[in-house]
Design a protein around this ligand. Sequence first.
Ligand code: SF4
Length: 374
Amino acid sequence: MSISLLDLDLGGMAAFCEELGEKRFRATQLFRWIHQRGASDFDQMTDLAKSLREKLKGRAHVAPLPILQEHTSADGTVKWLFDVGGGNAVETVYIPEDDRGTLCISSQAGCAVGCRFCSTGHQGFSRNLTTGEIVAQLWFAEHQLRQRRGSDERVISNVVMMGMGEPLQNYSALVPALRTMLDDHAYGLSRRRVTVSTSGVVPMIDRLAQDCPVALAVSLHAPNDALRDGLVPLNRKYPLAELLGACERYLEHAPRDFITFEYCMLDGVNDQPEHARELIELVSGRAGAPRVPCKFNLIPFNPFPASGLRRSPPAVVSAFGKQLSDAGFVTTVRKTRGDDIDAACGQLAGDVRDRTRVDQRMAKLRTIPIRPVA
Ligand code: SF4
């Protein structure tokens, strides 16, 4: 059986070389050819002995994900839809900015968490992506964009695991993919510039702190358990006090000294002054949960009909942000990028063959009241 080399981090590649009867250092050469130079044809790898290249042809491959669609927004944002087989497709988005190039990567075909405001969540869940399918998104985007620019200079400086899926529910595939992103023989990204975004899978936050600490973003979206239960169903399993406890522990190992809390602004639901006050109390350790040094990222909601939710007016978002800033918290409002190609946050929705009865889950979620008490 032919092995996909994109599935292997450097340790895995070294073990594979040993299996072939080759020295471990060959792994570094292979890694550089594939990840730094974008090679997929073993004949291109001219500093490998011909005998090794022949062996590799029989035992391994470097396969890109087939592209189903590509859209480029007026603001330069590029969105790809990749075919991952079985009727499933996942999205990857490149967001260029003056001082960085960010790639938003998917970790699952669909998502089983089913957040109320997320169009991926409404599509249901099909399967976890493999390490190779996660890495292939970066491999393709980096080398495709370099080719278009006619330059060998690195294009992608930041990766956010914020595409389709809950990355910490695909942990065993995620960690080798992160290691490849960070490896100096591959993409050499800084730990501070690779962000895992989670809706709060507490035990896996603790494991990530040990196995591969990178920047952490937590999808908070509500300042209390009653409201969060109706927006992020995972909250019923890991309520806020436990989640903030995991954040506090994570910071002992993290490359940054703060957690980013993502907060999707939903009109009349979680965007009122009392919510901001409660949020400040929560992260300051005055509500029974530990104090967590943090920044807030307020996200304008991207409405879709099945959600039954509306975007908060800009003035409400500004006032909410000001309340947090005045309390001493760095607060940003996420710029919506790629609006014209549905590439903004929460709009990523490939094709998912749901295996989880998403309609029933969503119907149940809608029975939880999410309106604030007047
Ligand atoms: S917000 Fe994230 S965790 Fe929630 S349903 Fe969407 S992809 Fe899944």
